[in-house]
Ligand binder design. Structure first.
Ligand SMILES: NC(=O)c1ccc[n+]([C@@H]2O[C@H](COP(=O)([O-])OP(=O)(O)OC[C@H]3O[C@@H](n4cnc5c(N)ncnc54)[C@H](OP(=O)(O)O)[C@@H]3O)[C@@H](O)[C@H]2O)c1
Length: 263
C-alpha cells in the first residue's frame, strides 16, 4: 500500500529513541520530509543522521522540551521556515514519573499537566495555521493503555492522558471541516527504555527481579511478548498518512491484545 507520504512534511516529537524514533524512521522510509525533535541535541542529531543514512530522506533535527511552551513554538516556526507547510504531527513526550497518589504534591501534578496535556495543546496549536492554510493534515497523539485501564503506579499518566484523549476527540469534531484528522495511538507494553524503567519500578515494588517480572508480564499478554517500537512506528506512519484519509477521532491500540475492555 502506498501511504502517499512522499514529499509531505511531518513533525515527530520526542524522536531521539523509542516510538518517536520508530515513527520518524517509518515516515522517512515512505518518503516524507521529517522534522524530528527532542531535548538532547547530540541524541536527536545522531538519530536524524542514522535515518538519513538508512533512507536517503530529508530529515532535520531540532531541540525542544515538551514541558516548555516557547520551545514548542520555536520548533514549529523553525520547521515551517526550513521545510515548508506541515501535513503531519506526532504529539509525543517523555512520560510523567511513576508513583501512586500519596507520592505527589501540587508541583508534581502541575509538571505532569505541562508535560503531557499542555504540550499536546501547544503542539497542536503551533501547527494548525499551517495545516488549515494548506488544505488539511493529520495529528496523532501517543497515549497509553492507562486511558482504558488505569495502571497502579502511573497515576499522573492515567489522569493526564485521559485529558489528551478527550482533547483529540473534541478537536476531531471541530476540525473535520478543515480536513484535519486527529487520532490517538494507545501503545501497550512496547520494549523501549520507558518500559524498561517502569518495569524496574514495578519489579522493585513487588520485591521480584526485573527478569521475573518481565516474564510474568509477557505471559499475561495474549501475544505472549512485548511489542517492538517498529510495530508502533508503522501504525503511526499509517495514521499520519493519506492512506488513513477517512479515519478521525479514533484511539487505535497497538498492544498485542493487552486491553481487555470491549469498547
Ligand atoms: N513503551 C511503552 O510501553 C509505553 C506504553 C505506554 C505509553 N508510553 C509513553 O509513550 C511515550 C514515548 O515512550 P517511549 O517508550 O518511546 O519512550 P523512550 O524510548 O524512553 O523515548 C522517549 C523519548 O522522549 C524524548 N523526551 C523525553 N522527555 C522529553 C521532553 N520533555 N521533551 C521532548 N522530548 C522528550 C526522549 O529524548 P530526549 O531525552 O533527547 O529528550 C526520547 O526521544 C512516553 O510518554 C511513554 O510514557 C510508553
Amino acid at each position: 500500500m502506498d501511504l502517499n507520504l512522499k514529499g509531505q512534511v511531518v513533525m515527530i516529537a520526542a524522536a531521539s529513541k523509542g516510538m518517536g524514533y520508530a515513527t520518524a524512521l517509518e515516515c522517512a522510509r515512505e518518503g516524507a520530509i521529517v522534522s524530528m525533535a527532542s531535548r538532547d541535541k547530540q541524541a536527536i542529531e545522531s538519530a536524524a543522521e542514522t535515518i538519513r543514512q538508512q533512507t536517503g530522506a530529508t530529515v532535520k533535527a531540532y531541540t525542544f522540551d515538551a514541558g516548555d511552551a516557547q520551545s514548542i513554538k520555536q520548533w514549529a516556526e523553525d520547521t515551517l521556515r526550513d521545510l515548508g507547510p506541515v501535513k503531519g504531527l506526532l504529539v509525543n513526550a517523555g512520560g510523567p514519573p511513576t508513583g501512586q497518589f500519596d507520592s505527589f504534591d501540587d508541583d508534581d501534578w502541575q509538571s505532569a499537566f505541562e508535560l503531557t496535556l499542555m504540550s499536546s495543546v501547544r503542539m497542536i496549536r503551533a501547527v494548525l495555521p499551517s495545516m488549515r492554510a494548506s488544505g488539511g493534515g493529520s495529528i496523532l497523539a501517543i497515549t497509553s493503555s492507562s486511558v482504558k485501564e488505569p495502571i497502579d503506579i502511573l497515576i499522573l499518566s492515567n489522569v493526564m492522558r485521559s485529558g489528551v484523549t478527550s482533547l483529540i476527540k473534541s478537536l476531531s469534531q471541530q476540525l473535520g471541516p478543515d480536513n484535519i484528522r486527529l487520532n490517538t495511538l494507545i501503545p501497550g507494553k512496547i520494549d523501549t527504555d520507558r518500559l524498561r524503567g517502569t518495569n524496574q519500578a514495578q519489579a522493585s515494588k513487588r520485591g521480584v527481579s526485573v527478569e521475573e517480572h518481565n516474564a510474568q508480564m509477557a505471559a499475561q499478554l495474549p501475544m505472549r511478548r512485548f511489542g517492538d517500537a517498529d510495530e508502533v512506528g508503522k501504525a503511526c506512519a499509517f495514521l499520519l498518512s493519506d492512506a488513513a484519509s477517512y479515519i478521525t477521532g479514533v484511539s487505535l491500540a497497538v498492544d498485542g491484545g493487552l486491553i481487555k475492555t470491549v469498547w
